[in-house]
Design a protein around this ligand. Structure first.
Ligand code: ADP
Length: 454
């Protein structure tokens, strides 16, 4: 329960970290996007203002004759030009209305100033409360009465004989730019929290996925520790009970002493085997040292084992047969001792879990670049739901029966671990009450090696 809470909080912490990191990244991206848009808008405004001001300036300057005089050409180009002393030039007739067309669009204004920077006339959408005095810088950003921003460019005007006429200021409202940026602020301001919420949900899910294998392996280790302790406790308790009852005896006849020592030796042997199996398993699970692998002839392995285990089969009144289907020797690369252990575990199991009068067949074949060893029995079989679990450490399908056979539940896990270190596969097919077939597939070595060994 405590561990479950630990995993829950670790998952939560992981999800929060993911969300925080993603939140910072998204915020930085949002800020960079905002700055980029802001800059792009300003560049566009500057370019537009520059182009309009340049065209107007060039068209006016070519025709100016007297300094500081509002000449008719100005009226032609700027139809709504209005002098400061309320003298407004006729807004109609003009020949180059297209030049002033842009200026007549909403948001643009033109101001004409004399050489002492005094306002002489205005045209266009002139905002109220805008400072009438020119400053020295050509580019300025001004504010009107309502707080609306304007961007303005000032250019000097000259007469045809190159005397200073005065100044022209052309300005543009920044309302549309502000509108765009405000909309962007809204999008980012609303979008960012929504995105962070979504990232939070996704992080929780991803953290769960990432933790799953760790959680499973943690549970397996927990189970393994409990099972190992249980397995070790049984022989240790038996030894302790034997020793305690012996110590209580005042006299110990030799025959009885021998019997007691034999019991202790048996339990000791069981413990030693168990520890050796556990050590082998942990060694197999570490990186396999493939340099130690040598060429092994599967034919020798199966025939030796069938010969060795014939006595056990006879004692159990089971028919044990070997069927070699491949005409050529089946050579694999591996650790001979471990391969013997693997196949031996399968045959011993088949004999143990097959009732008297049954049959165990060991079949050797080669197919699709693979060596195949099958151990088939007509025994008790394994229920479908148990089949994936029989390869787990200490797992026994029917504990009573397995305990009776002396098994510890490590045989198949060792067999599977050996198969894996040899890049092979170990699978089971079984029908309850009819029998089981364990199939081991190992990669065959390349044909040139094959030839060498034949
Ligand atoms: P054990 O040492 O108990 O035999 P194994 O790991 O070798 O442990 O096998 C795990 C379990 O799988 C056994 O307890 C047994 O119930 C089942 N099993 C293994 N081989 C066979 C088989 N050939 N037929 C039926 N059941 C089997």
């Amino acid at each position: 329960m405590n561990q479950d809470r630990l995993f829950y909080f670790t998952r939560l912490r992981l999800a929060l970290w993911y969300t925080a990191v993603m939140g910072v990244i998204l915020s930085l991206c949002g800020f960079a996007l905002y700055r980029a848009m802001d800059r792009a808008h300003w560049l566009a405004v500057d370019r537009e203002l520059n182009s309009v001001a340049g065209t107007l300036h060039d068209s006016i300057e070519l025709r100016l004759q007297q300094p500081e005089r509002l000449e008719p050409i100005l009226q032609e180009l700027l139809p709504d030009l209005c002098a400061v002393n309320s003298y407004c030039i006729d807004r109609k007739s003009n020949v180059q209305r297209h030049i002033a067309g842009v200026v007549n669009q909403g948001g643009y204004y033109v101001r004409l100033l004399d050489n002492s920077h005094q306002l002489m006339a205005i045209a266009g959408d002139y905002p109220p409360g805008l400072t009438p005095v020119s400053q020295q810088e050509p580019w300025q950003t001004l504010k009107d009465d309502r707080g609306q921003l304007y961007h303005q460019l000032s250019l000097a005007l000259h007469t045809q004989d190159n005397r200073s006429w005065g100044y022209m200021q052309i300005g543009r409202s920044l309302a549309d730019l502000d509108g765009h940026l405000e909309a962007l602020q809204w999008i980012l301001g609303l979008g960012l929290p929504i995105a962070i919420l979504l990232v939070g949900g996704a992080s929780w899910w991803l953290a769960g996925l990432a933790m799953q294998p760790i959680y499973l392996s943690y549970k397996q280790i927990q189970q393994f520790t409990a099972d190992a302790a249980h397995e070790l406790r049984t022989p240790l308790a038996a030894i302790r009970a034997t020793v305690e009852s012996t110590l209580r005896m005042s006299r110990l006849p030799e025959t009885e002493a021998r019997g007691i020592l034999e019991t202790i030796e048996r339990q000791n042997l069981r413990l030693t085997e168990l520890v050796a199996d556990l050590l082998l398993l942990s060694r197999l699970e570490r990186q396999p040292i493939e340099r130690q692998h040598q060429l092994c002839c599967s034919n020798d392995i199966v025939s030796d084992l069938v010969e060795e285990l014939a006595a056990l089969a006879i004692a159990s009144e089971i028919e044990l047969e070997l069927e070699v289907r491949s005409p050529q020797p089946v050579i694999v690369k591996g650790n001979q001792e471990q391969l013997y252990r693997l196949v031996s575990n399968l045959i011993v199991n088949a004999i143990q879990y097959t009732p008297t009068g049954g049959k165990v067949s060991v079949i050797l074949d080669r197919r699709d670049e693979q060596a195949i060893v099958q151990v088939r029995d007509t025994g008790m079989g394994i229920a479908l739901e148990e089949q994936p679990r029989i390869f787990d450490r200490f797992y026994r399908v029917k504990s009573d029966r397995s305990r009776h056979t002396g098994g510890s539940g490590l045989g198949l896990s060792i067999a599977l671990a050996i198969a894996k270190t040899h890049h092979g596969k170990l699978e089971v097919q079984s029908i309850l009450g009819k029998g089981s077939t364990f199939s081991l597939r190992l990669p065959l070595i390349k044909p040139e090696f094959d030839d060498l060994t034949t």
